[in-house]
Design a protein around this ligand. Structure first.
Ligand SMILES: [Cu+2]
Length: 424
């Protein structure tokens, strides 16, 4: 099996394992609520394609500015080489449940990161109720840094994946989002491997998977196309960047670093990012159901056009959005190494706010999270959201409303379009 391409799945498995010991997790200390000023001039978040060409160039320059500015989190993590990597380290450590900064030893082994991932079932940011609030707050924090430190003046742009699917007779490869000059660059080039890819490989022998299959109704082992590992990105503004953080929970120190990898998968995009699928997610009745629908990788193995891949059977916009790009985006810890991460999560947050706005009195402050095998972390409006060295910890309540209508939070942004297009 291929390690990195399976790391998202690994997160799923570890979250399940985490669920085996309810009550063993430490109860996080309460954090102070925050009363922000009323939101009068929200930052406007627009789809990449509706930014003007000069605005797109300006955003890409702001990205380069983050990549060349000095790290501020280096005091905690010596291997960090620039400001951009601060946010990758933030995501890695939040994935592990919020690192105790004073105990960090500089370089984690892969096994240590597995061990810290074991904790994430209780208080990490994937497979738990904090998935949506944490990523909302993280995108806000990132957007704020871009504006305050690198001259960006708009809201964080988002990437509406549906526009690059067969619903629109479109593809990732032809998308302006991945333009080599005024976009994020294109696909990676696959490296040759000494493995042959069978047409339908049998599931690997693994006692844990056997147990999961036998005990969890509907559990299916997703089989990832090794091509999704991808290869180095060949063009665009990020083709020459060096990743110093990762893979997985490791902070590489004193090593050469890696290229940014991608492995586009149009098949995944066309099934998971379809209007039909997005409508299914938006039909969720409460927050718990919605969170599972948008995040849970409920995929099954399928074949089209003689090659195999993943077929979505509803939901999983998060994981399959990562799978559509492949490469670095498949790594549940280090996916922010690919700058498209922020546009992808912008769109996930937009889908959440569309869902909230469809029944605001019921949904705007709904953080309920009923139990299921995937729901390993129940949250409430007072659950703290860890933002480590990047921003103060805040309760879930503070980030439930992007427009902070009742003054219990601090966010102040809106998306350019609503949900009409998906309900139509
Ligand atoms: Cu994440």
């Amino acid at each position: 099996m291929v390690r990195v391409s399976l790391s998202l799945l690994l997160g799923a498995v570890l979250a399940v394992v985490g669920a085996q010991a309810p009550g063993s997790a430490a109860v996080p200390a309460a954090v102070p609520a925050v009363k922000g000023a009323a939101c009068t001039t929200p930052r406007l978040r627009r789809e990449w394609r509706s930014l003007s060409i000069p605005q797109r160039q300006k955003y890409l320059s702001a990205m380069q500015c983050m990549l060349s500015a000095p790290s501020k989190a280096r005091v905690h993590f010596p291997p960090l080489t620039n400001r951009y990597e601060d946010f990758v380290a933030l995501h890695i450590n939040a994935t592990g449940g919020g690192m105790n900064l004073t105990n960090f030893r500089g370089v984690e082994s892969l096994m240590t990161s597995f061990a810290s991932a074991m904790k994430m079932g209780s208080n990490g940011i994937h497979g738990t109720g904090t998935f949506l609030p944490w990523h909302r707050y993280a995108v806000w924090t990132w957007e704020t840094a871009l504006r305050e430190e690198c001259g960006w003046t708009e809201g964080q742009p988002y990437w509406d994946w549906n526009i690059d699917t067969k619903d629109h007779n479109a593809t990732l490869k032809a998308s302006p989002v991945f333009d080599p000059v005024i976009g994020f660059g294109g696909d990676g080039v696959r490296v040759a491997r000494n493995v042959s890819v069978p047409a339908a490989p049998p599931p690997p022998k693994n006692p844990m998977l056997d147990w999961l299959t036998a005990n969890i109704p509907g559990f299916e082992m997703p089989m990832f196309d090794p091509a999704m590992m991808g290869g180095c990105v060949q063009d665009g503004p990020f083709k020459n960047i060096t990743l110093h953080v990762g893979p997985m929970g490791r902070m590489i120190s004193g090593e050469k670093g890696r290229c940014l990898t991608r492995g586009f998968n149009q098949f995944i995009m066309d099934s998971a990012a379809s209007k039909e699928n997005i409508r299914k997610v938006l039909a969720s009745k409460d927050f718990g159901e919605f969170r599972v629908a948008i995040e849970q990788p409920r995929v099954r193995f399928g074949a089209t056009n003689g090659s195999f891949g993943i077929v979505s059977d509803g939901g999983d916009l998060h994981t399959i959005g990562h799978g559509g790009i492949g490469g670095e985006m498949m790594d549940v810890f280090t996916s922010p190494n690919d700058p498209i991460f922020w546009l992808h999560h912008g769109n996930l947050d937009r889908i959440w706010s569309i869902w909230q706005d469809a029944a605001p009195e019921k949904r705007r402050y709904d953080a309920s999270n009923p139990a299921s095998f995937w729901n390993t972390g129940k949250i409430s409006l007072t659950t703290p959201i860890w933002m480590g060295f990047a921003a103060p910890d805040r309760p879930v309540r503070a980030v439930m409303d992007p427009l902070n209508r009742n003054g219990e939070g601090f966010l102040c942004y809106k998306y350019e379009t609503g949900g009409e297009v998906y309900y139509a």
